[in-house]
Design a binder for this molecule. Structure first.
Ligand code: GRF
Length: 219
């Protein structure tokens, strides 16, 4: 059994999607623990309801980023993680951390990367007048929101969309579908980084990320 540690800071709806996928047999049993960077993260209740071990590691008590990341590494390695999954984890990780977990560190970002890295993507999409929006699962490297992309789900922006309606549709229609699938690929040994810059599924380089259509087609 491969072991996955999930890092959260907030609501934990992506964590919940992983818990549900494991319960429904869509994801092999793999969830080994949850770390939250905030003591008040609602995701901690989800972890507890799912019977998952959880730890709070808050950056405020550490001298610097490197010391915070070292504490994360100690806990993740104590849980013997094969994969580390960022799910709404709102801290920028040091190059030391990303190197330690190179090729086994995933993130989900709420935009069609490379468009709109960083925060407040739903507002950015509307400000730019984009007709499409979505979310991307990618390997994490030193480059913020810039690591090899794995799968991306898109939806059409509607004229009446607000930041909130867009965020909700991206979460429910895209994020909660693509992340459990990507984590399943990871723990089933199907996912890797080829060279330094391209993700691969079953040894096939993903020069373009997979899409929701590919999921429908049964990848
Ligand atoms: C999600 O939109 C995720 O893509 C982004 O932060 C949000 C976290 O939501 N990185 P949740 O904590 O999973 O509910």
């Amino acid at each position: 059994m491969k072991r996955v540690v999930v890092l959260i800071s907030g609501a934990g709806r992506n964590l919940q999607a992983l818990v549900d996928a494991e319960r429904d047999g869509k994801l092999p049993r793999c969830l080994a623990g949850v770390i939250s960077s905030r003591a008040d993260a609602a995701g901690l209740q989800r972890a507890s309801a799912a019977g998952l071990p959880a730890q709070v590691i808050t950056p405020g008590v550490f001298a610097d980023r490197a010391a915070f990341d070292a504490a994360l590494v100690r806990q993740i390695d104590a849980w013997r993680a094969d994969w580390v999954v960022l799910a709404g984890f709102m801290r920028i990780l040091t190059p030391g951390f990303t190197a330690h977990y190179a090729g086994r560190l995933l993130n989900i970002h709420p935009s069609l990367l490379p468009r709109h890295p960083g925060l407040r993507t739903h507002a950015a999409v509307r400000a730019a007048g984009d007709t499409q929006h979505g979310a991307t699962v990618h390997f994490v490297t030193e480059a913020l929101d810039g690591g090899p992309r794995i799968i991306q789900g898109a939806l059409m922006v509607r004229p009446e969309d607000t930041d909130e309606t867009l965020a909700e549709r991206v979460m429910v229609d895209v994020e909660q579908r693509i992340y459990p699938q990507a984590v399943a690929w990871a723990v089933n040994g199907r996912l890797a980084v080829q060279g330094a810059h391209v993700a691969a599924l079953d040894g096939q380089a993903l020069h373009q990320p997979l899409s929701l259509d590919d999921l429908e087609a049964g990848f």
